[in-house]
Design a protein around this ligand. Structure first.
Ligand SMILES: NC(=O)c1ccc[n+]([C@@H]2O[C@H](COP(=O)([O-])OP(=O)(O)OC[C@H]3O[C@@H](n4cnc5c(N)ncnc54)[C@H](OP(=O)(O)O)[C@@H]3O)[C@@H](O)[C@H]2O)c1
Length: 290
């Protein structure tokens, strides 16, 4: 496994296991499989409703605490200083841990400045090893950066061959903020696993399309957290360290960029409206895309 040193010196695995849309009933078994396959970075969120089961898997695995890296996130309903302090404690309790490796603001909505202040305080107290954000556009990111004390270590954004946010990634690099890709496999959409260009590159390197796509992100210095419920795919997605893409591969994959997301549009006001309406404490519909 390759590790990345964040701007505060903390080492983070460059490849981890995503758990969005893994039902709580399957989560413990999936995380145990992922840990057995060698994953040590697990990405969750209070809004995924599976922190408790992840905690159970971690405990059952017997892996020493210092050897795994847990990310969780504060949801919009808990935005604000006081509410974030409380939400953080709830996440800790659910996960059965006494500190979190990486705590992120899940969405750029609500009183996220209040949340960030709470996160800075928890960071100073040693309850969080790294803090950051998700889905922050360049201007929101820079505004937060200019108005905070502890600079964000991560921005987790959608990134894959069909939505290559290179300018944003390069800007975050200038601010010493590590880009992490969510949806690194485009959630399987747009026939990514059958795409002819990706198929040719995979054939050339004797790899699968998933491995090509993940490797393409790693070589751009982007941390990836693919999700799968199948252990053979967990192993496949981990097996990306023994080859390298060439310039022609990069040129071919550059052609796939649509320049916009087909998953969620942060430019559109309805996204702000719908995500603000999604409540995690009332256990309302869990079908909305987050
Ligand atoms: N911060 C945010 O706002 C945000 C948003 C979305 C996601 N995330 C995080 O990012 C993680 C990853 O993103 P994601 O789950 O949305 O999508 P993803 O990892 O891009 O794609 C997951 C899909 O790809 C399939 N898949 C995985 N490996 C495969 C392989 N080797 N061959 C064929 N199919 C494969 C999975 O199917 P099977 O499971 O059936 O194998 C699943 O349908 C999430 O789990 C979550 O932790 C964060």
């Amino acid at each position: 496994m390759k590790y990345k040193k964040l701007n505060n010196g903390v080492n983070m695995p460059m490849l981890g296991f995503g758990t969005f849309q893994i039902p709580a009933s399957q989560t413990k078994a999936c995380v145990l499989d992922a840990l057995q396959a060698g994953y040590r970075l697990i990405d969750t969120a209070s809004a995924y409703f599976n922190e408790k089961e992840i905690g159970e898997a971690l405990k059952e695995s017997g892996i020493p605490r210092k050897d795994f890296f847990i990310t969780t996130k504060v949801w919009i309903q808990d935005a604000g200083y006081e509410k974030t302090l409380k939400a953080f404690q709830t996440s800790l309790n659910q996960l059965g841990l006494d500190y979190i490796d990486l705590y992120l603001i899940h969405q750029p909505y609500g009183d996220y400045y209040g949340s960030y202040k709470a996160m800075e305080e928890l960071y100073r107290k040693g309850k969080i090893r790294a803090i950051g954000v998700c889905n922050f556009s360049p201007e929101r990111f820079v505004d937060l950066y200019m108005n905070c004390t502890i600079k964000p270590m991560i921005n987790q954004i959608e990134y894959h061959p069909f939505f290559q946010q290179k300018d944003a990634h390069h800007l975050f690099q200038q601010y010493h903020c590590q880009t992490q890709a969510w949806g690194p496999l485009n959630e399987g959409q747009r026939q990514i696993f059958n795409h002819p260009i990706l198929k040719d590159i995979a054939k050339k390197h004797h790899k699968t399309i998933a491995q090509i796509v993940l490797r393409w992100q790693i070589e751009q210095d982007i941390i990836v957290i693919p999700k799968t419920v199948h252990q053979e795919r967990m192993i496949e997605n981990m097996n990306i360290w023994d080859f390298q893409l060439d310039q022609d591969d990069f040129q071919q994959i550059a052609k796939l960029n649509l320049g916009h997301s087909e998953i969620i549009d942060y430019q559109c006001y309805t996204t702000a409206k719908n995500l603000n309406k999604f409540k995690i404490h009332e256990n309302s519909t869990k079908e909305i895309r987050i």
